[in-house]
Design a protein around this ligand. Structure first.
Ligand SMILES: [Zn+2]
Length: 334
């Protein structure tokens, strides 16, 4: 099952934000599935094109602090978004941001952020009934309790888990984060909560692990809060990636099974990803497919409902990562 509303853009250009998230990663992925001779005629079976789920403040407050949520619903929203998308650098200059090219105010972005977070909840519900769902949005794994960071305003992953737990639909969850960057927000938000087990395989170095574990003001750097299982991969260790991930999944299973797995399926470990901060990991297209098939098969063999979200993936080539995996996965299912 694919969850993708084509009316919701990926690109941030209309807000004057130059981060290279391109519409191609959803449009071309969907086109590849539609053009597949077997899958094309079956689109009515595998594609849901409406986000019907909605989120309210209570849903956000299960994860984010009252102060932060208040700021999101106040005139300070623009400031919060500027910080979360890192649009001003340390010297106070605009960074990847050209407000003069914007056709919409920055604050309008929040509506889209909420819709995409709601899509993750819907994706999880679909996974629980259908076994597998891949949402063409979601995966804002850097957002922390008190603030947004790393292009992430709301941690939709933990919001979805806590919402479904509050509804008593699920108890235990695995979050399997295979984005190039560490799932640091997710780890910090769920630390000490044994109902949510987290695995993150990521670049050993670079953002968000390039700072000091203790910040200048003496407080701990939340990016260093460990996941249940962290698998740092050094530059040059790409050939070991899939085996290490497999061992990590087996370790996760030993911590106890779960009712649902959310897979933060970033395509940014791909060697053709264009965001400079992903250069520490350069998996080939074949290695990306091996990665995705491993996670899918591991969960499928254990009959664990799997909700995949798109997470990071930058530039004109990453759609191929999603397209090759989803063509294979949907052909397995339909
Ligand atoms: Zn990433």
């Amino acid at each position: 099952m694919i969850l993708y509303d084509p009316h919701i853009p990926v690109s941030l250009m209309e807000f004057g934000i130059q981060i290279p998230v391109r519409d191609s990663r959803t449009i071309r992925t969907l086109a590849a599935l539609q053009n597949d001779p077997h899958l094309g005629p079956l689109q009515y079976l595998w594609h849901r094109d409406r986000i019907v789920e909605t989120l309210d403040r209570q849903d956000l407050l299960r994860v984010h602090s009252p102060d932060y949520v208040d700021r999101l619903y106040s005139p300070q929203l623009e400031e919060v978004i500027t910080a979360a998308y890192e649009l001003i650098d340390a010297e106070g200059r605009y960074h990847r941001y050209t407000p003069e090219t914007a056709t919409r105010p920055l604050a309008d972005l929040f509506e889209r952020v909420l819709l995409k977070a709601a899509a993750t909840v819907q994706c999880a519900r679909l996974a629980l009934t259908q076994g597998f769902c891949f949402s063409f949005s979601g995966g804002a794994h850097h957002a922390q309790r008190h603030y947004g960071i790393g292009f992430c305003v709301l941690n939709d992953i933990v919001i979805a888990v806590r919402k479904l737990q509050a509804e008593k639909i699920i108890e235990k969850v695995w979050i399997v984060d295979i984005d190039a960057h560490k799932g640091d927000g997710t780890a910090a938000l769920t630390v000490g909560d044994n109902s949510i087990r987290t695995l993150s395989i990521h670049m050993a170095r670079g953002w968000p692990l390039d700072g000091s574990p203790i910040l200048a003001d003496g407080t701990p750097n939340l990016s260093f809060v460990p996941s249940d299982i962290d698998i740092p991969i050094e530059s040059g260790e790409e050939a070991l990636y899939v085996d290490r991930l497999k061992a990590g999944l087996q370790q996760l299973e030993r911590l106890g099974k779960a009712d649902l797995a959310i897979v933060v399926c970033g395509s940014d470990p791909y060697e053709k990803d264009e965001l400079p901060s992903t250069a520490g990991l350069r998996l080939t297209l074949d290695q990306m497919l091996e990665r995705d098939q491993l996670v899918y098969t591991f969960l499928h063999e254990r009959q664990m409902p799997a909700a995949f979200v798109m997470a990071g993936g930058y530039g004109d080539h990453v759609w191929q990562v999603y397209a090759q995996f989803l063509t294979w996965a949907l052909r397995e299912r339909y």
